[in-house]
Design a protein around this ligand. Structure first.
Ligand SMILES: [Zn+2]
Length: 153
């Protein structure tokens, strides 16, 4: 494993000592453990902080979501949530469905034909890049501004 020991020469606050768990010579900090009120000295990699960071990294990607609410091309009777009727489709892949989407967007093609309307948690090209362009050839995404006008992104 590559060592990430920082130089202590210019950082008097950082002291490299041996981690009491892995034995590596690294910056260590005292962590309390049951039955050891003084704590033990652990490097970041062995600390509870690192485990929390690893759990965060495994959560659904980013804090971003978009959803299609109207599919102007959908054939009557087609199942929602499919490429033939995109109502309810969400992105990005594995996004957290609990993320609030408050920004209305709409996607259209070069001829200004409106294909999809939806909402996103922030302004971005993702609905177009991930869905509108590959699925229907959309080239334009517009977001509703605070002034109530549609702004081409
Ligand atoms: Zn360690």
């Amino acid at each position: 494993m590559p060592s990430k020991v920082k130089s202590t020469a210019t950082s008097p606050g950082l002291i490299n000592q041996r981690c009491e768990k892995c034995g590596a010579l690294r910056h260590v900090e005292p962590y309390r453990q049951d039955g050891n009120p003084d704590g033990i000295l652990l490097c970041y990699f062995c600390s509870p902080d690192a485990e929390i960071d690893r759990q965060e990294a495994r959560k659904p990607s980013s804090h971003y979501r978009w959803i299609i609410l109207v599919d102007h091309l959908a054939e009557p009777g087609t199942k929602p949530g499919t490429n033939d009727n995109a109502v309810g489709l969400m992105g990005p892949h594995n996004c957290d469905p609990a993320i609030p989407c408050g920004l209305p967007f709409r996607m259209s093609d070069d001829d200004k034909v409106l294909y999809y309307e939806g909402k996103a948690s922030r302004v971005g090209f993702e609905p177009l890049d991930d869905f509108g362009a590959p699925n229907a050839g959309c080239t334009i995404i517009e977001f509703l501004s605070h002034a109530g006008t549609w702004e081409v992104l």
